[in-house]
Design a protein around this ligand. Structure first.
Ligand code: AMP
Ligand code: ZN
Length: 112
């Protein structure tokens, strides 16, 4: 598997872990674009939101449920933004489903 996030899950690639359970991993984005920028990923390789279906939705739900836990661990009491880029036009660069948690300041209202 050449997927960089699968390599992070297996430990082949390092990451700055924030949270882990049996089906979800959260780690700091290598190129943060806000004071807090963490990625929450399912341990199962799912390509993107566009690949969700009945067979993998339970795993994706576990990643979603981890988001408020991770936000609490990060101290994001005043809110945050959750983003999942999907496919080429969505600006997705890593083809493994991930939710960006971005915060730590009042974020500008814009499309990216
Ligand atoms: P996206 O562009 O939505 O697919 O988001 C991919 C994110 O993964 C980008 O914000 C990258 O900075 C981040 N990223 C890529 N490689 C790594 C890595 N090895 N460790 C942590 N974050 C990474
Ligand atoms: Zn993967």
């Amino acid at each position: 598997m050449s997927c960089i996030f699968c390599k992070i899950i297996s430990g082949e690639f390092p990451s700055k872990k924030v949270y882990e359970d049996e089906s979800v991993l959260a780690f700091h984005d290598i190129k943060p674009n806000a004071p807090v920028h963490v990625l929450v990923i399912p341990k199962m390789h799912i390509e993107s939101v566009d690949a969700l279906d009945e067979s993998n939705i339970d795993v994706a739900n576990k990643a979603l449920l981890a988001i408020p836990k991770v936000a609490a661990l990060l101290g994001l009491k005043n809110g945050y933004r959750v983003i999942s880029n999907c496919g080429e036009d969505g600006g997705q660069t890593v083809p493994h489903l991930h939710f960006h948690i971005i915060g730590g300041k009042k974020l500008p209202i814009k499309l990216n």
